[in-house]
Design a protein around this ligand. Sequence first.
Ligand code: PLP
Length: 410
Amino acid sequence: MSNQRSQPRFIAPEFVRDLEDHFLRVQPENGYYVYHIEQLKQHLAKLQQQDVVKLWFAVKANPLSSVIKTIADQGFSFDVASQGELEQVLAQGVSPQNILNTGPAKSRQQIARFIDRGVAIFVVESINQLVWLNEVAEQKRVTPKVLLRVQLQWPEGEKNPLGGNELTPFGLATQQWQTLTIADYQHVNICGIHIFQWGNMLSNAKMFELWSQMIPPLSQLAETLGFDLDILDLGGGLGIDYLQTGQAINWSTAMQDLAEIKEKANVKEIWLELGRYAVAQSGYYIAPIVDRKDNFGSQQLILAGGINHLLRPAITNQPFPTRLLRTSASECEHFHVHGPLCTSLDKLGEFDFPQDVKEGDALVFGLCGAYGFTESMPFFLCHDIAAEYIFVDQNFELIREPQAPQWYLR
Ligand SMILES: Cc1ncc(COP(=O)(O)O)c(C=O)c1O
């Protein structure tokens, strides 16, 4: 069977042709990213067609300037987790009023810098963070909003990249937060709770079950501490079907579920900070094939870029969906796909490709718009840093050139 007869779902055939034309024109030697801006816009516009949740974008998923601008234009606010993310979002013209700060490693100095830059909403993850924020707020005569980040444990918990039931540095148990006396923190406005422990969920029913189980302990915490639970921030966690199993979160079902959660929790606002669900599907990684060999009876392809550009397969054991970046009438065969690093971890997966695939061809990986470029390990072995393009108005626009390692080597 040829790969052209079973059209993969992760990429439209017209866009494969656009990518192929561009590849043949530019003849890049290195792997590079392309973000399809129109596709991103249309997806985000659909997510905004509801009045149940306020949407934030978790910048860690993709901090590229053009991506941030597109997301801002669609009415999202921004969750930043570092000074670097904050400066990048501000540089795109986003108002600090539309930024919140999460993260387990906020120092007193960082908190002061964020307040100086106008940030007025903080997800507080420890008692120290609350003490420091309250002190800095007093000095600087501001009253930031605060959401307490809570970690729960369930009797039948599962493992999960975000921790699930495991001990993580993200927030505190309700027992710890219960030791607070709210009246000691006069310079902040504690008005909500943040909770996010389950990443890449693909089942609406499972998410609804987890969200439902969170309500009683969180409502109880707010009541015990004596503050009005106005805002419930449920983080991210809406998943992407990397393995192309056909499972997917249905957005309108999620909105119906969250409307119910909002009512049951009796909160004024539900917030979501979407990462992968917002941007994954609009990003592609294209990698030239450098070599092909037959080894111990297996076919191997060696790419110009591997986990130095696209780390996720090595840490999750899940490949990104991929296909050959050209048409072929050949029958398919099984291939092992490796990157250029000196570790067997540098493997992007095993796939069926047309038998005539060869050096000089390229592969395109889909669903790479989130946790791609900035989650990779670009320094190891000193290969070039991946370029990033956007595809907008039918044109490929180079946002950053492939960078030689001399810029950081000393
Ligand atoms: C605090 C916080 N919010 C939101 C997200 C985004 O998660 P996702 O990509 O699952 O939507 C993350 C991801 O790590 C996070 O740490």
